[in-house]
Design a protein around this ligand. Sequence first.
Ligand code: NAP
Length: 338
Amino acid sequence: MKKYNVAVVGATGVVGTEIIKILEERKFPIKTLYPLASERSEGAVVAFNEQAVRVKNLATFDFNGIDFALFSAGGSISAEFAPKAANQGAIVIDNTSHFRMEPDVPLVVPEVNPDALKGHKNIIANPNCSTAQMVLVLKPIHDAVKIKRVVVSTYQSVSGAGKDAVDELEDQTRKNLNGKTVPASKFPTTIAFNVIPQIDVFLEDGYTKEEEKMIEETKKILGDESIRLTATAVRVPVFVGHSESINIETERKISPDEVRALLSKMPGVKVLDDPKNQKYPTPRDTSGDNDVYVGRIREDRSCENGIELWCVGDNLRKGAALNAVQIAEELAKLPVAE
Ligand SMILES: NC(=O)c1ccc[n+]([C@@H]2O[C@H](COP(=O)([O-])OP(=O)(O)OC[C@H]3O[C@@H](n4cnc5c(N)ncnc54)[C@H](OP(=O)(O)O)[C@@H]3O)[C@@H](O)[C@H]2O)c1
């Protein structure tokens, strides 16, 4: 079996750390792993397959001989270094939003649109964490009864904003409980014991950039510009795991039981929907899992053909690292990567 040289850019961050863990868990065929970060972390050690591997400085790294470069160090870093890596022959799988909407860059969730990988030009984009878990759920419903409109509200964990955001929630929570206040730094206001209806910056029309990403990326991945979507993205004081309330209006009628049956067959999705026994997914119960969980599936009383459901996924796994590794696995099957 062919083995690959793999670079992980942003290897000390929450997504990079998870990528390395998942490469190991899934036994991705690695010849040499190159963890990369900024000068700040040069020489730090990450564990991979029971070995201590030293972090190298991205700024001085040569991508010649690298087969796959998995980027999660922020959009501006990808803008500068991903084209360089791609020109030096590496296939870049980028976790940032920088390339996602470029027409010649595939935006891929392998269970949904693996064919989009064909003919790639060495840069492939990984979707936004909230988009990735939602399209897994929308895809089989869209194929069965054609989705007309989606209304989604998210409840997104702080790890979606990186390691400093995780530290901020922990610090604020501890100090608030001791009667002290801590100024907000990663978030617009205090996140501990709060809910913040803003993720990313505001656009002219009042939507946020995060909401726009969910809307546009979903259409691109499902390959259907006719679906109408609206989103409200909210940050909640949860460490890992994004939750979404999704309202789906379809062209043809579909019953909750039919939705349960469709989603039970969808790879990467698990149905946990037993209201009589108060069983439904929560981020606390499902984070750390690879699957995206769905519950509270019911008919929308307010319209002709509507379904309401609740969807929970680990933003660091299916929302980022797992999806990126799955893309690398798909690419390793294509003749171009041989
Ligand atoms: N968290 C999520 O759920 C999620 C999901 C999807 C996509 N993403 C995207 O993934 C990216 C990283 O997210 P994260 O949550 O993992 O952030 P993070 O925890 O803050 O980690 C950032 C990583 O980038 C590195 N980095 C920062 N500046 C750098 C530079 N100048 N050169 C090289 N490396 C640099 C950091 O290394 P140092 O140790 O050297 O600072 C660290 O390894 C973001 O673009 C984010 O939007 C995140």
